[in-house]
Design a binder for this molecule. Sequence first.
Ligand code: C2E
Ligand code: MG
Ligand code: MG
Ligand code: MG
Length: 280
Amino acid sequence: LILLTGLLSALFMSAASWLLLTLYQRPGKEIMQGIKRGQFHVEYQPLVTAHDGQPYGVEALLRWTHPTEGMIPPDAFISNAEAQNLIIPLTQHLFKLVARDAKFLCQQLPRGTRMSLNLSPLHLASESFRQHVQEWIADMPKDHFNYVFEITERTMVGERNAGEIFAWLHEQDIKIAIDDFGTGHSALIYLERYPFDYLKIDRGFVQSIGTETVTSPVLDAVLLLAKKLNLKTVAEGVETGDQAAWLVNRGVTHLQGYLFSRPLRPENLISYYQRQAALG
Ligand code: C2E
Ligand code: MG
Ligand code: MG
Ligand code: MG
Protein backbone atom coordinates (compact mmCIF):
# COMPACT_ATOMS: atom_id res chain seq x y z
CA LEU A 1 0.00 0.00 0.00
CA ILE A 2 2.84 2.37 0.89
CA LEU A 3 4.46 1.56 -2.43
CA LEU A 4 1.22 2.21 -4.28
CA THR A 5 0.58 5.56 -2.60
CA GLY A 6 4.18 6.52 -3.28
CA LEU A 7 3.81 5.58 -6.90
CA LEU A 8 0.51 7.41 -7.25
CA SER A 9 1.79 10.58 -5.62
CA ALA A 10 4.93 10.50 -7.78
CA LEU A 11 2.69 10.13 -10.83
CA PHE A 12 0.51 12.99 -9.66
CA MET A 13 3.50 15.22 -8.97
CA SER A 14 5.02 14.67 -12.38
CA ALA A 15 1.66 15.26 -14.08
CA ALA A 16 1.22 18.46 -12.09
CA SER A 17 4.66 19.76 -12.91
CA TRP A 18 4.17 18.86 -16.56
CA LEU A 19 0.90 20.80 -16.55
CA LEU A 20 2.51 23.80 -14.86
CA LEU A 21 5.36 23.80 -17.33
CA THR A 22 3.03 23.63 -20.32
CA LEU A 23 0.90 26.44 -18.95
CA TYR A 24 3.76 28.78 -18.17
CA GLN A 25 6.04 27.96 -21.01
CA ARG A 26 6.83 30.73 -23.35
CA PRO A 27 5.85 29.21 -26.70
CA GLY A 28 8.84 28.01 -28.67
CA LYS A 29 7.58 29.98 -31.62
CA GLU A 30 8.18 33.19 -29.68
CA ILE A 31 11.77 32.26 -28.83
CA MET A 32 12.52 31.38 -32.46
CA GLN A 33 10.87 34.58 -33.61
CA GLY A 34 12.89 36.51 -31.02
CA ILE A 35 16.08 35.05 -32.51
CA LYS A 36 15.04 35.92 -36.07
CA ARG A 37 13.94 39.43 -35.15
CA GLY A 38 17.07 40.29 -33.21
CA GLN A 39 15.41 40.58 -29.79
CA PHE A 40 18.32 38.94 -27.97
CA HIS A 41 21.53 40.62 -26.98
CA VAL A 42 24.40 39.79 -24.66
CA GLU A 43 25.63 41.67 -21.61
CA TYR A 44 29.04 41.08 -20.10
CA GLN A 45 29.64 41.11 -16.36
CA PRO A 46 33.24 41.69 -15.27
CA LEU A 47 35.04 39.35 -12.86
CA VAL A 48 37.91 40.77 -10.86
CA THR A 49 41.02 39.27 -9.36
CA ALA A 50 40.56 39.21 -5.61
CA HIS A 51 43.90 40.60 -4.49
CA ASP A 52 43.94 43.75 -6.62
CA GLY A 53 40.38 44.25 -7.84
CA GLN A 54 41.54 44.46 -11.44
CA PRO A 55 39.36 43.00 -14.23
CA TYR A 56 40.16 39.39 -15.05
CA GLY A 57 37.47 38.55 -17.51
CA VAL A 58 33.77 38.67 -18.27
CA GLU A 59 30.74 36.39 -18.16
CA ALA A 60 28.40 36.61 -21.14
CA LEU A 61 24.75 36.74 -20.07
CA LEU A 62 21.89 36.47 -22.51
CA ARG A 63 19.14 39.12 -22.53
CA TRP A 64 15.76 39.03 -24.23
CA THR A 65 13.81 42.19 -24.92
CA HIS A 66 10.32 40.96 -25.69
CA PRO A 67 8.26 43.30 -27.93
CA THR A 68 5.29 43.50 -25.54
CA GLU A 69 6.63 42.26 -22.21
CA GLY A 70 9.95 44.05 -22.22
CA MET A 71 13.00 42.52 -20.60
CA ILE A 72 12.63 38.84 -19.77
CA PRO A 73 15.40 37.49 -17.50
CA PRO A 74 17.27 34.34 -18.58
CA ASP A 75 15.93 32.41 -15.59
CA ALA A 76 12.52 32.82 -17.21
CA PHE A 77 13.42 31.52 -20.66
CA ILE A 78 16.49 29.24 -20.52
CA SER A 79 14.61 26.37 -18.90
CA ASN A 80 11.75 26.83 -21.35
CA ALA A 81 14.18 26.74 -24.23
CA GLU A 82 15.60 23.53 -22.76
CA ALA A 83 12.17 21.98 -22.31
CA GLN A 84 11.18 22.81 -25.87
CA ASN A 85 14.36 21.62 -27.55
CA LEU A 86 15.36 25.14 -28.46
CA ILE A 87 18.44 25.46 -26.31
CA ILE A 88 20.73 24.43 -29.16
CA PRO A 89 19.52 27.07 -31.64
CA LEU A 90 19.49 29.60 -28.80
CA THR A 91 23.08 28.79 -27.82
CA GLN A 92 24.14 28.95 -31.45
CA HIS A 93 22.59 32.38 -31.54
CA LEU A 94 24.52 33.27 -28.38
CA PHE A 95 27.74 32.09 -30.08
CA LYS A 96 26.94 34.34 -33.04
CA LEU A 97 26.20 37.39 -30.86
CA VAL A 98 29.33 36.89 -28.74
CA ALA A 99 31.51 36.47 -31.84
CA ARG A 100 30.06 39.67 -33.27
CA ASP A 101 30.68 41.62 -30.04
CA ALA A 102 34.14 40.09 -29.69
CA LYS A 103 35.31 41.59 -32.98
CA PHE A 104 34.74 44.98 -31.41
CA LEU A 105 35.75 44.10 -27.83
CA CYS A 106 39.11 42.59 -28.79
CA GLN A 107 40.32 46.00 -29.93
CA GLN A 108 39.91 47.34 -26.40
CA LEU A 109 40.10 44.49 -23.92
CA PRO A 110 43.55 43.09 -23.11
CA ARG A 111 44.74 39.87 -24.69
CA GLY A 112 44.12 36.96 -22.37
CA THR A 113 40.79 38.32 -21.08
CA ARG A 114 38.64 35.45 -19.80
CA MET A 115 35.41 35.00 -21.75
CA SER A 116 32.90 32.83 -19.89
CA LEU A 117 29.80 31.38 -21.45
CA ASN A 118 27.02 29.46 -19.73
CA LEU A 119 26.27 26.23 -21.50
CA SER A 120 23.31 23.95 -21.14
CA PRO A 121 23.91 20.31 -20.23
CA LEU A 122 21.52 19.37 -23.03
CA HIS A 123 23.75 21.01 -25.59
CA LEU A 124 26.86 19.43 -24.13
CA ALA A 125 25.32 16.01 -24.49
CA SER A 126 24.25 16.56 -28.09
CA GLU A 127 26.05 15.11 -31.08
CA SER A 128 26.60 18.45 -32.74
CA PHE A 129 28.20 20.06 -29.68
CA ARG A 130 31.85 19.70 -30.70
CA GLN A 131 31.21 21.00 -34.18
CA HIS A 132 29.33 24.03 -32.81
CA VAL A 133 32.18 24.85 -30.45
CA GLN A 134 34.76 24.57 -33.22
CA GLU A 135 32.71 26.78 -35.50
CA TRP A 136 32.35 29.35 -32.74
CA ILE A 137 36.07 29.45 -32.01
CA ALA A 138 36.83 29.83 -35.70
CA ASP A 139 34.45 32.79 -35.69
CA MET A 140 36.12 34.47 -32.67
CA PRO A 141 39.16 36.78 -32.91
CA LYS A 142 42.22 34.52 -33.04
CA ASP A 143 44.18 34.04 -29.79
CA HIS A 144 42.65 36.95 -27.97
CA PHE A 145 40.33 35.53 -25.34
CA ASN A 146 40.74 32.65 -22.93
CA TYR A 147 37.54 30.64 -22.89
CA VAL A 148 35.64 29.28 -19.92
CA PHE A 149 32.44 27.25 -20.14
CA GLU A 150 30.27 27.44 -17.05
CA ILE A 151 28.29 24.33 -16.38
CA THR A 152 25.91 23.58 -13.57
CA GLU A 153 26.04 20.39 -11.60
CA ARG A 154 23.02 19.06 -13.46
CA THR A 155 25.36 18.16 -16.29
CA MET A 156 27.10 15.47 -14.33
CA VAL A 157 23.85 13.99 -13.19
CA GLY A 158 22.48 13.53 -16.67
CA GLU A 159 25.50 13.11 -18.85
CA ARG A 160 27.51 9.91 -18.74
CA ASN A 161 30.18 11.12 -21.13
CA ALA A 162 30.87 14.29 -19.19
CA GLY A 163 34.44 13.18 -18.53
CA GLU A 164 35.12 12.66 -22.22
CA ILE A 165 33.54 15.97 -23.19
CA PHE A 166 35.50 17.84 -20.54
CA ALA A 167 38.75 16.27 -21.75
CA TRP A 168 37.89 17.36 -25.28
CA LEU A 169 37.20 20.92 -24.09
CA HIS A 170 40.60 21.00 -22.43
CA GLU A 171 42.18 19.89 -25.70
CA GLN A 172 40.56 22.94 -27.28
CA ASP A 173 42.06 25.06 -24.50
CA ILE A 174 38.66 25.76 -22.97
CA LYS A 175 38.54 25.88 -19.18
CA ILE A 176 35.61 24.51 -17.22
CA ALA A 177 33.82 26.13 -14.33
CA ILE A 178 31.32 24.38 -12.10
CA ASP A 179 28.61 27.04 -11.74
CA ASP A 180 26.29 27.77 -8.83
CA PHE A 181 28.21 25.36 -6.67
CA GLY A 182 26.35 24.41 -3.54
CA THR A 183 22.84 24.51 -5.03
CA GLY A 184 20.71 21.81 -6.54
CA HIS A 185 22.32 18.47 -7.07
CA SER A 186 25.53 19.23 -5.21
CA ALA A 187 27.68 16.20 -4.93
CA LEU A 188 31.22 16.52 -3.71
CA ILE A 189 32.22 13.44 -5.66
CA TYR A 190 32.04 15.43 -8.92
CA LEU A 191 34.82 17.68 -7.73
CA GLU A 192 37.14 14.71 -7.64
CA ARG A 193 35.82 12.96 -10.68
CA TYR A 194 35.96 15.78 -13.21
CA PRO A 195 38.79 18.14 -14.13
CA PHE A 196 37.25 21.50 -13.22
CA ASP A 197 39.37 24.62 -13.35
CA TYR A 198 37.02 26.98 -11.50
CA LEU A 199 34.47 26.60 -8.80
CA LYS A 200 31.80 29.30 -8.80
CA ILE A 201 30.32 29.77 -5.38
CA ASP A 202 26.62 30.37 -5.57
CA ARG A 203 25.20 33.77 -4.70
CA GLY A 204 23.16 32.18 -1.94
CA PHE A 205 26.32 31.48 0.07
CA VAL A 206 27.71 34.95 -0.54
CA GLN A 207 24.48 36.57 0.62
CA SER A 208 24.61 34.68 3.89
CA ILE A 209 28.03 36.08 4.80
CA GLY A 210 27.79 38.30 7.85
CA THR A 211 24.11 37.61 8.36
CA GLU A 212 24.58 34.24 10.05
CA THR A 213 25.40 34.33 13.72
CA VAL A 214 28.16 31.86 13.08
CA THR A 215 30.14 32.65 9.94
CA SER A 216 29.14 30.19 7.21
CA PRO A 217 30.94 26.98 8.18
CA VAL A 218 29.81 25.28 4.99
CA LEU A 219 31.27 28.02 2.82
CA ASP A 220 34.47 27.81 4.84
CA ALA A 221 34.67 24.10 4.15
CA VAL A 222 33.93 24.51 0.44
CA LEU A 223 36.73 27.05 0.10
CA LEU A 224 39.16 24.77 1.89
CA LEU A 225 38.17 21.93 -0.41
CA ALA A 226 38.66 24.08 -3.50
CA LYS A 227 42.11 24.98 -2.29
CA LYS A 228 43.02 21.33 -1.70
CA LEU A 229 41.80 20.44 -5.18
CA ASN A 230 43.75 23.34 -6.68
CA LEU A 231 40.65 25.00 -8.12
CA LYS A 232 40.35 28.70 -8.70
CA THR A 233 37.31 30.10 -6.95
CA VAL A 234 34.87 32.72 -8.16
CA ALA A 235 32.38 34.13 -5.71
CA GLU A 236 29.28 35.38 -7.54
CA GLY A 237 26.80 37.97 -6.37
CA VAL A 238 29.23 39.99 -4.25
CA GLU A 239 27.33 43.14 -3.32
CA THR A 240 29.07 44.59 -0.28
CA GLY A 241 32.60 45.45 0.75
CA ASP A 242 32.19 43.29 3.85
CA GLN A 243 31.37 40.25 1.74
CA ALA A 244 34.36 40.93 -0.51
CA ALA A 245 36.70 41.33 2.47
CA TRP A 246 35.46 38.12 4.09
CA LEU A 247 35.96 36.20 0.82
CA VAL A 248 39.40 37.63 0.11
CA ASN A 249 40.45 36.75 3.66
CA ARG A 250 39.51 33.16 3.01
CA GLY A 251 41.52 32.94 -0.19
CA VAL A 252 38.83 33.29 -2.87
CA THR A 253 40.72 34.07 -6.07
CA HIS A 254 38.08 35.95 -8.08
CA LEU A 255 35.03 38.05 -7.35
CA GLN A 256 31.97 38.95 -9.38
CA GLY A 257 28.97 41.02 -8.42
CA TYR A 258 27.22 44.37 -8.38
CA LEU A 259 29.87 45.73 -5.99
CA PHE A 260 32.22 45.75 -8.98
CA SER A 261 29.84 45.99 -11.89
CA ARG A 262 26.48 44.95 -13.25
CA PRO A 263 26.38 43.11 -16.56
CA LEU A 264 27.20 45.68 -19.27
CA ARG A 265 26.65 46.28 -22.97
CA PRO A 266 29.92 46.12 -24.96
CA GLU A 267 30.40 49.93 -25.13
CA ASN A 268 29.95 50.24 -21.38
CA LEU A 269 32.21 47.30 -20.75
CA ILE A 270 34.97 49.06 -22.60
CA SER A 271 34.45 52.21 -20.50
CA TYR A 272 34.61 50.04 -17.38
CA TYR A 273 37.95 48.56 -18.45
CA GLN A 274 39.28 52.03 -19.25
CA ARG A 275 38.22 53.40 -15.86
CA GLN A 276 39.82 50.48 -14.04
CA ALA A 277 43.05 50.86 -16.02
CA ALA A 278 43.14 54.56 -15.13
CA LEU A 279 42.68 53.71 -11.44
CA GLY A 280 45.63 51.31 -11.75
P1 C2E B 1 24.62 32.53 -13.46
O1 C2E B 1 25.43 31.87 -14.51
O2 C2E B 1 24.85 32.09 -12.07
O3 C2E B 1 24.89 34.08 -13.64
C1 C2E B 1 24.97 35.00 -12.59
C2 C2E B 1 23.66 35.71 -12.40
O4 C2E B 1 23.74 36.52 -11.21
C3 C2E B 1 23.32 36.69 -13.52
O5 C2E B 1 21.91 36.73 -13.62
C4 C2E B 1 23.85 38.01 -12.98
O6 C2E B 1 23.25 39.14 -13.56
C5 C2E B 1 23.46 37.87 -11.52
N1 C2E B 1 24.28 38.69 -10.63
C6 C2E B 1 25.59 39.00 -10.78
N2 C2E B 1 26.05 39.75 -9.76
C7 C2E B 1 25.00 39.93 -8.92
C8 C2E B 1 24.85 40.62 -7.66
O7 C2E B 1 25.77 41.21 -7.11
N3 C2E B 1 23.63 40.56 -7.08
C9 C2E B 1 22.57 39.92 -7.65
N4 C2E B 1 21.41 39.93 -7.02
N5 C2E B 1 22.68 39.27 -8.84
C10 C2E B 1 23.89 39.27 -9.46
P2 C2E B 1 21.15 36.63 -14.99
O8 C2E B 1 21.89 37.37 -16.05
O9 C2E B 1 19.73 36.96 -14.72
O10 C2E B 1 21.28 35.10 -15.35
C11 C2E B 1 20.66 34.13 -14.59
C12 C2E B 1 21.07 32.74 -15.01
O11 C2E B 1 20.62 32.42 -16.32
C13 C2E B 1 22.58 32.59 -15.08
O12 C2E B 1 23.06 32.37 -13.78
C14 C2E B 1 22.73 31.41 -16.00
O13 C2E B 1 22.60 30.19 -15.31
C15 C2E B 1 21.54 31.58 -16.93
N6 C2E B 1 22.02 32.15 -18.20
C16 C2E B 1 22.28 33.42 -18.51
N7 C2E B 1 22.70 33.54 -19.79
C17 C2E B 1 22.73 32.28 -20.28
C18 C2E B 1 23.09 31.71 -21.56
O14 C2E B 1 23.51 32.38 -22.48
N8 C2E B 1 22.97 30.35 -21.68
C19 C2E B 1 22.55 29.55 -20.65
N9 C2E B 1 22.45 28.23 -20.86
N10 C2E B 1 22.21 30.05 -19.45
C20 C2E B 1 22.29 31.39 -19.27
MG1 MG C 1 27.31 31.44 -14.89
MG1 MG D 1 26.56 31.21 -11.33
MG1 MG E 1 23.74 31.76 -10.14
